[in-house]
Design a protein around this ligand. Structure first.
Ligand code: ACO
Length: 187
């Protein structure tokens, strides 16, 4: 498994992984926005072991209704994307008086590649880049209250703190934990 910075060429693979792993999905343009605005903040995990590359087909429609067929083992140029972290700086104009701070928009790892430390590595790379490149003093994220794996990763492994509960944050009505981690220079 290789962890490297995400590029514009990875965006379809990231969207593919996101659609497989999470109910929170975004238009391709939003992935592009992250990578074009903060090109050093997002990371992907890839493998060149593509021997098992068969799977269900999946369709992604863009805003114009054009459909692209993908599958769980989508391979691009001999590489399969097995995990990603999509990260940004907070650019909310209402929070201009805040110290610079980062945000983890989305993180996921393909099912068969979980429990191998990939998410932790992706997160540590993103936190380091947000701090060192973009001068983030802290980073925030939201997670479903029922998401035990992600909560364990954020709270216990990465030492995020729970700031608050945001009622009905998700479209299906589930509450979110709003979490935050102060970034030390030596992270
Ligand atoms: N139950 C309990 N603990 C778990 C689980 C689990 N199912 N999965 C991982 N962990 C723990 C690990 O034990 C490890 O802890 P340790 O440091 O004490 O050993 C830590 O979390 C990190 O584990 P990784 O192997 O790095 O995590 P993994 O690569 O499996 O990915 C992830 C974790 C991203 C949550 C994965 O399960 C996934 O993709 N889930 C579906 C998508 C999702 O929920 N994404 C997060 C949404 S929140 C957001 O995007 C901001």
């Amino acid at each position: 498994i290789t962890i490297r910075r995400a590029t514009v060429e990875d965006m379809v693979g990231m969207q593919n992984a996101n659609l497989h792993n999470l109910p929170e999905n975004y238009v391709l343009k939003y992935y592009m926005y992250h990578v074009l605005s903060w090109p050093e903040a997002s990371f992907v995990a890839t493998t060149t072991d593509i021997s098992d590359s068969v799977g269900d087909e999946l369709t992604i429609a863009d805003e114009n209704g054009n459909e692209t067929k993908l599958d769980p083992n989508y391979v691009r140029q001999g590489e399969k994307l097995v995990g990603y972290v999509l990260a940004k700086m907070n650019d909310d104009p209402d929070q201009q008086n805040e110290a610079p701070n980062g945000h983890i928009t989305s993180l996921s790892v393909m099912r068969t590649y979980r429990r191998m430390g990939i998410a932790e590595k992706l997160m540590r790379q993103a936190l380091f880049a947000l701090r060192e490149v973009y001068k983030a003093e802290y980073v925030s994220l939201h997670v479903r209250q029922s998401n035990r794996a992600a909560l364990h990763l954020y709270r216990d492994t990465l030492e995020f703190e729970v700031l608050s509960v945001e009622k009905s944050y998700y479209q299906d009505g589930e509450d979110a934990y709003a979490m935050k981690k102060v970034l030390d220079l030596e992270e």
